[in-house]
Design a protein around this ligand. Sequence first.
Ligand SMILES: Cc1cc2nc3c(=O)[nH]c(=O)nc-3n(C[C@H](O)[C@H](O)[C@H](O)COP(=O)(O)OP(=O)(O)OC[C@H]3O[C@@H](n4cnc5c(N)ncnc54)[C@H](O)[C@@H]3O)c2cc1C
Length: 371
Amino acid sequence: MSPERVAVIGVGVVGACVGWNLARRGAHVVLVDAGRPGEGVSDWSFSWVNASNKTVSRAYFDLNVAGVAAHRELAGVLGADPWWHPTGHLRWADEDAAEAKLVGTAELLERWGYRVEACTGAEVRRRFEPSVTIPDGARVLFYPDEAWVHGRRLVGRLVEEAVASGAEVRTGTAVRDIRTGADGGVRTLDLSDGSALDVDAVVNAAGPDATHVARLVGRDLPMRREPGAVTRLDCAEVPVRRAMHTPHIEIRPDGDASVVLHSREIDALIDAAEGPEDPDGLGRLLHASAQRVVPALGAARIARTRVVNRPVPADGFPSVGALPSIPGYYEAVTHSGITLGPVIGRLLASELLGGRGDALLAGFRPARFPV
Ligand SMILES: Cc1cc2nc3c(=O)[nH]c(=O)nc-3n(C[C@H](O)[C@H](O)[C@H](O)COP(=O)(O)OP(=O)(O)OC[C@H]3O[C@@H](n4cnc5c(N)ncnc54)[C@H](O)[C@@H]3O)c2cc1C
């Protein structure tokens, strides 16, 4: 039976995708966010839409391939502007062992039917990125079907469309409690503005705060602590055209006057005693590293650096779907939520509206974590 009224708790890319799918299929949806939609992790992400970095298991890879495809379909429905940038992805290494690993992964991906082209550093400068410093003979992998997304703008478009389909939006209002009925099923949300909301179902899409929201229904959702630092640069001219994993730094455009930087090596300093503790220090390291690859970024100015926690369930995989022991409680919590948001949104909305859980999500159900 379909629920009468569904609250989606958290309006980042994941919650917005769930809410939009529900609203366009005629459900009565209320989107609730403690802050402003799209201003959580979804705005401080590298935002690379990919399956090439998801070879840890075939099931996870297949889900991410469906995620990439779902973005293309979404762009067909919503229009690409101002969020969708299907410009492919470049990746290379600067030492032998790392390069061998990248090439091995590319070979596996080809066997799995995923498109990848091998090229040289000279070709990269000629065909793709004229501003990049890279040895002529470097071995570079180009993934033509990958993309980057402007997360905040995507959320904005989805909320706009969900509202046009009848969804309600409550912003600046945190869910403080979830009351359950005699059957243990969710009934009422208590909000931080003092109001209460009667519902038949809730979707926990609270990103890094999902553990806290799960606790409101007596659920223990174990999550990792995995912080990442992201810097936005203001640029008079943006010297890069696509998302790139260069040997020590990830670089992508972020619109007409902005570039985003991230580095797993610099993330590793966040919790290290000897590392810089302030985001500004991490931002300066990211900027210095980026200039070694794209010297033109020397003229750019750091606009802001933020350290945010990735929403990663304890085993590293998404937690998506109903939890049968708590009727009306659903989870949509995942790392790689930029890539996976559109496919998770579509599949979870179908499940909520009476469908069976999709086989693509079989390995990623909430019940694998004891309640
Ligand atoms: C450094 C970094 C790099 C990344 N790179 C990539 C990448 O390249 N590709 C990729 O696919 N993914 C990437 N990710 C992961 C991706 O960004 C996230 O998985 C995704 O943005 C999560 O979206 P979300 O909607 O779950 O969370 P969020 O965007 O954080 O949204 C959650 C929302 O819930 C709200 N909320 C929380 N608690 C409550 C409450 N009690 N009541 C009401 N509202 C509440 C918050 O205000 C927030 O708006 C990266 C993440 C990081 C940190």
